[in-house]
Design a protein around this ligand. Structure first.
Ligand code: C2O
Ligand code: CU
Length: 632
């Protein structure tokens, strides 16, 4: 019903706008002629007064429609507008207004202005948030010139002009206030839905999905979240830290070991720890308002899980993460293969390094001018690079042949040695590099103007020119031989990502809607244990979206319809580039309620989050202003 009303108003707005200039000109033409007093001229005059409000109708209904997930940006709709505009302009040009030259010129300016407004006001903002300012400037010019062009021609022009300006201003203010108010999240809501209660037959709560007892050896770790003054690259700030450092302690366990982390919160705000990429039981996932209540200031929490997959991971707060991670609440976790299985790289040549921008400069771990890492010639070196930032990093790697041993925690089979290469790492993603340097050789990794050198005695930094670097295509790297394909999906979802400018929880911000919705209003993607699912991210925005799924590994099946040809890319995060279409496949093998979201944290904080829920699992937790929880 409401959809119908919206569509009808939208179309009515258009019709008014299309008729507007035509009638205006007919009317202008009749002025000073014998037909000036004809009844049809009076009708034209009345219509001319109403028609400009077509803009208001169009903008208001368009805003509603976008908010409800209508796709107003398809080339068909935009193409249609241009067609309409031509159809409306041509007759006007044929009719030709009479009268003074100055008056005619005003009339043409008004005409141009109106069509400018038609094209821009509603659609430019929807297409590209950065166009908003331009859109409003054009709209202001358009409406202003339209008003000037017509106000001077009727009776009591001054009053009519004033009335229109007041009406339009009031409409703009009213719509903005209403959008702002409507965007404010309820004081308490259930981000994980309420499909049932844990007490109901067959339903289980996320709080029951804990690590089952094992005789695995326990590694105890204490992490204290606290404010500490830290200095990186000459810029000091009161960072939010784990155990006083940024990044926090580099944790390392072997497959089969049980990690038991006690978090003590000495921050002024509730916090949690999420184990990014680690296949933890759901209760240890650390998402405030979904799998736990955030640990309040002065409180303690425990995370308990067995490490099952070797790889490079990181941990970070998942309560108000966009603010808390930015202030420094992150650290690394490396899971090494079970003892004895990792003979290749000596422990002192296995390095884990975070990439994070700090006051505008790229830092490797806690330094924007990292000390060279000394390597023993002839022995393998592993560099585990962790992008803890929100945006894609392009690493420029040169100096010696190397291989990419893993993307995220997924090992590359049959990795070919590479020369000077650019390697992209999505926000929150990791790459592991492997090299063995001869005496006098070094490997250089450059990111955002900072260079990390792995040196041998006598080696020198010599970066080749940019044109010598080749961009690595992760989908075509390594060998597919001997890897079993995942089964065909039991269900697929298409997730359309659109960009607009608007309010989220009372803030004016770029919005990235997924299928027209913002958190927590999206559909929960319901899965069943043991089944296989496809998600296609159809990015229609001009931005990268590093899409991350909690609690699972997924395979990147296709990028823009092209299947991978190399070692299967099995990751926990994939960068979905501007206007790219990326399909991922995962098997539901870890029951719980898991977040799937963009790891560009400002995007996530503006509603770019979804939930993947297993049938039969519920969460008792809530989020919102009246709770301690802020998952996004
Ligand atoms: Cu790094 Cu929701 O996660
Ligand atoms: Cu995003």
């Amino acid at each position: 019903m409401i959809e119908r009303v919206l569509l009808t108003s939208h179309i009515a707005g258009f019709v008014l706008l299309l008729l507007d200039p035509f009638c205006e000109f007919l009317w202008l033409r009749r002025q000073g002629t014998a037909r000036e007093s004809a009844r049809s001229t009076r009708v034209l005059w009345v219509f001319n007064r109403i028609a400009p409000y077509g803009y208001v109708l169009l903008v208001i209904s368009g805003g509603f429609m976008v908010a409800r997930g209508w796709d107003l940006t398809s080339p068909w709709i935009l193409g249609g507008f241009i067609g309409y505009a031509v159809v409306a302009v041509v007759p006007v040009l044929l009719v030709r207004p009479r009268g003074e030259r100055a008056e005619r010129r005003k009339a043409y300016v008004g005409l141009a202005g109106r069509f400018g407004a038609l094209m821009f006001i509603t659609y430019a903002m929807v297409l590209k948030p950065s166009w908003t300012v331009l859109a409003w400037a054009v709209a202001a010019f358009a409406v202003g010139s339209a008003l000037l062009a017509t106000a001077a021609t009727g009776p009591r022009p001054g009053r009519r002009l004033a009335a229109r300006v007041v009406f339009l201003a009031a409409a703009v203010v009213a719509v903005s206030l209403w959008r702002w108010q409507a965007s404010i999240l309820p004081p308490s809501f259930a981000p994980a839905g309420h499909s049932g209660h844990a007490g109901m037959a067959g339903m289980r709560s996320v709080t029951d999905l804990t690590q089952p007892p094992t005789d695995a050896p326990v590694v105890q770790v204490a992490l204290t979240a606290e404010v500490k003054r830290v200095e990186i690259g000459g810029i000091g700030k009161d960072a939010w830290t784990y155990n006083g450092t940024v990044p926090g302690p580099a944790l390392r366990v072997a497959v089969g070991q049980r990690l038991r982390v006690t978090l003590t919160n000495r921050l002024p705000e509730p916090t949690t720890i999420h184990w990014h990429g680690v296949l933890v039981p759901n209760a240890a996932d650390g998402v405030a308002g979904v799998t736990q209540d955030a640990v309040p200031p002065g409180g303690q929490g425990v995370y308990d899980f067995v490490a099952t997959h070797p790889g490079t991971y990181w941990y970070h707060s998942h309560n108000n993460p966009s603010a808390q991670i930015e202030r420094g609440l992150f650290g690394t976790l490396v899971v090494t293969p079970a003892a004895g299985a990792d003979g290749a790289v000596p422990a002192d040549q296995d390095h884990v390094i975070t990439l994070h921008t700090w006051g505008g400069a790229q830092a490797f771990n806690d330094s924007t001018r990292p000390e060279p890492i000394a390597a023993t010639p002839g022995r393998p070196v592993r560099l585990r690079l962790v992008n803890t930032g929100s945006t894609r990093e392009r690493l420029s790697i040169s100096g010696a042949p190397f291989t990419v041993a893993a993307f995220d925690s997924g090992p590359v089979h049959g990795a070919q040695p590479l020369g000077a290469s650019h390697v992209d790492v999505a926000g929150s993603g990791r790459v592991d590099l492997l090299t063995t340097l001869a005496a006098g050789q070094e490997l250089d990794v450059r990111a955002g103007g900072t260079t990390l050198r792995v040196v041998t005695p006598g080696s020198r930094l010599a970066v080749p020119p940019d044109k010598d670097f080749r961009l690595l295509d992760a989908m075509a790297y390594g060998s597919a031989a001997g890897t079993a394909p995942l089964p065909q999906p039991d269900r697929s979802w298409n997730l359309r990502i659109d960009e607009s400018m608007g309010f989220f929880d009372g803030r004016l911000t770029p919005l990235y809607r997924i299928n027209g919705t913002l958190f927590p209003n999206g559909e929960m993607l319901m899965v069943e244990q043991g089944k296989t699912y496809d998600l296609t991210f159809d990015n229609r925005s001009d931005d990268d979206h590093p899409m991350h799924l909690h609690g699972h590994l997924f395979q990147v099946m296709a990028v823009n319809g092209k299947a991978g040809t190399g070692s299967p890319l099995i990751v926990d995060n994939v960068n979905v580039g501007p206007h790219d279409k990326v399909t991922i496949r995962f098997t539901a093998d870890n029951p719980g309620i898991w977040m799937a979201h963009c790891h560009n944290l400002p995007h996530a904080a503006a509603g770019m989050d979804l939930m993947v829920g297993y049938e039969g699992i519920t969460s008792p937790f809530r989020a919102g202003r009246d709770t301690v929880n802020k998952p996004e």
